[in-house]
Design a protein around this ligand. Structure first.
Ligand code: PHB
Length: 368
């Protein structure tokens, strides 16, 4: 039986424990998508994770849906990310980059030349984005032409190549949480009648083309995928979850990807028991490393790994506890996250959370 503190290998990526850091949007990059210098310290502080899945990062200017998110499509991005990966590696950690295209979850003010966001169909999301002016509803998107889809597949492969040249240990293709690849899978967002819509194989085609192109570029052993089969965040309402994901899990299994990372729960959204049962059933279709994510604590994570998950990824607990693996191993109390400082801003609520012992020392110093 595996514990949270055992080393192992995910495809080509050797990890020192099963406590991973989930991808977390923090909106602190420069407006041109270059990650901020603050990110070097933030990720280094969390290098005791078995694996860091760095925040969702747009593969192209059109892939952006929120203010100040980072990109991975030009040399400037590569140079800045290189400093982050170097600092994590120097500290003994591993880090992969999450490749992101938001699709319809964007706003014209965030798009090149104020254009419409791109999507499978021209159906507007009932969801918010975050622009220079604050929270705004996602704009009405434009349906992609069939021959534009191949260009986006190429953008994913290009971004994966740049991620490796920036020193990442691999990438995670983001096909979860209502963004572009998830929009092609779900029934309410994809009303296409070409080879990318209609039946299950057509709905999964774009994702599998991306996985194949990224794997051809950097190797399947460095390619992971994130899915949220039962998720409803960003106005996803899929009426055929079981059919769609039975097919997708088994196709990903054949491709021998490094890992499948599943957002089982999303903060603030309840998942009915039937949804959790379905997630458990789907797992039988995937023969490979499964990373569980969503509202796990010390006990549930221990149980999950004992029962066969390769690892558990923690989001908010890793923001507030940079030394999370040590705290879990020693049974130390966990600090709470400051909800007001999640998105945007400076080092406050970002790189100023302390390790347990440093926090104790600071408290002792103050009271002496
Ligand atoms: C967000 O920015 O709110 C966000 C980004 C990526 C996710 C989920 C949420 O997968």
């Amino acid at each position: 039986m595996t514990t949270l503190f055992e080393k192992g290998a995910l495809g080509d990526i050797a990890v020192k424990n099963r406590i991973f850091m989930a991808p977390l949007t923090r909106n602190r990059a420069h407006p041109d998508g270059t990650p901020h210098e603050m990110a070097i310290k933030y990720y280094k502080q969390r290098a005791s994770a078995g694996l860091i899945v760095a925040e969702a990062t747009q593969i192209s200017p059109e892939g952006k849906g929120y203010v100040n998110t980072p990109g991975i499509y030009n040399e400037k991005h590569v140079e800045a990310w290189r400093k982050v990966t170097d600092s994590v590696h120097e500290t003994g950690g591993k880090i992969v980059l999450q490749l992101w295209h938001v699709g319809r979850i964007s706003h014209t003010s965030l798009q090149p030349n104020g254009g419409q966001p791109l999507a499978p169909s021209d159906i507007r999301a009932s969801a918010d984005t975050f622009t220079e002016s604050g929270v705004e509803m996602a704009s009405t998107p434009r349906a992609l032409l069939t021959d534009e889809i191949g260009q986006i597949v190429d953008q994913y492969a290009h971004a994966a190549k740049l991620a490796i040249s920036a020193g990442f240990d691999g990438v995670e293709v983001h096909a979860a949480n209502g963004y572009l690849l998830n929009q092609f899978i779900a029934t309410n967002t994809n009303h296409r009648d070409d080879q990318y819509g209609g039946n299950v194989a057509n709905r999964a085609r774009f994702l599998l083309e991306v996985v194949d192109a990224v794997s051809a570029e950097i190797g399947a052993g460095k390619t992971g995928v994130r899915l949220s089969p039962t998720g409803t965040f960003n106005d996803v309402h899929d009426e055929q979850v079981e059919e769609n994901y039975t097919y997708i899990y088994s196709e990903l299994s054949k491709r021998r990807i490094a890992f499948l990372h599943v957002a089982e729960k999303f903060p603030g959204i309840a998942v009915p028991d039937a949804g959790l049962d379905l997630l458990a059933q789907l797992r039988n279709e995937f023969d490979g490393a499964y990373i569980a994510n969503g509202d796990y604590g010390r006990e549930s994570a221990t149980e999950s790994v004992k029962a066969g998950a390769f690892a558990v990824a923690f989001g908010r607990p890793f923001i507030a506890n940079p030394d999370l693996p040590e705290r879990l191993e020693l049974g130390l109390p966990l600090a709470d996250v400051n909800e007001d400082r999640l998105y945007g801003g400076d080092e406050t609520g970002y790189s100023d959370y302390l390790r347990f012992e440093d926090n104790e020392r600071q408290i002792a110093g103050v009271t002496q």
